[in-house]
Ligand binder design. Structure first.
Ligand code: HEC
Length: 146
């Protein structure tokens, strides 16, 4: 019983946290970029769950998730181009001081995700690709997210 209920509770809890975090967003442009990041995270979680064995490995699903991450990364510079702010935003002003570098970091993620979606066959490919994707998220967040 507990074994079945717990994951459901945990899942609904994190959903509630996310909804609460976004309910105070007043600027729709900021909300759009947050939602794109949330979608990026959801796809990354699919890959992470497979890498950890929490979800059955399936190359086609992994490729599709990677392809979606690449698509979202390609949209990132446009979503952040205007210097939009919101009290809830975690974006640092440095984004707009060094927008070329911010764009490059989006491209790095896009490239890593595209390579993964094109070449993924095995679980080893998944782990390797996920490493590159994770590094690309981190590189940008370290410089441009609170
Ligand atoms: C080019 C830069 C960049 C890259 C690459 C990037 N992010 Fe972000 N991310 C940001 C910035 C900036 C914010 C803060 C946006 C805001 O609050 O206005 C953010 C916010 C987030 C958030 C919080 C969204 C929310 O609900 O408020 C999540 C989750 C997230 N990123 C996940 C990821 C994951 C996972 C990856 C890699 C697969 C990734 N990001 C790659 C720049 C980036």
């Amino acid at each position: 019983m507990t074994r079945i209920i717990l994951p459901v509770v945990v899942a609904s809890l994190s959903l509630a946290t996310w909804a609460a975090a976004h309910s105070g967003v007043k600027n729709p442009e900021v909300l759009k970029r947050m939602e794109a990041m949330k979608a990026t995270q959801d796809n990354t979680k699919v890959l992470g769950a497979m890498a950890k064995g929490e979800r059955a490995f399936d190359a086609a699903t992994a490729r599709a998730a990677a392809s979606e991450i690449a698509r979202l990364a390609a949209e990132t510079p446009a979503l952040f181009k205007a210097e939009e702010t919101d009290a809830t935003s975690e974006a640092l002003p440095a984004i707009w001081d060094r927008f070329d570098d911010f764009t490059e970091k989006s491209r790095a993620l896009e490239k890593a995700a595209r390579a993964m979606s094109a070449g993924l066959e095995t679980k080893a490919d998944l782990r390797e690709g996920l490493g590159h994707i994770g590094a690309a998220c981190k590189a940008c967040h370290e410089s441009y997210r609170k």
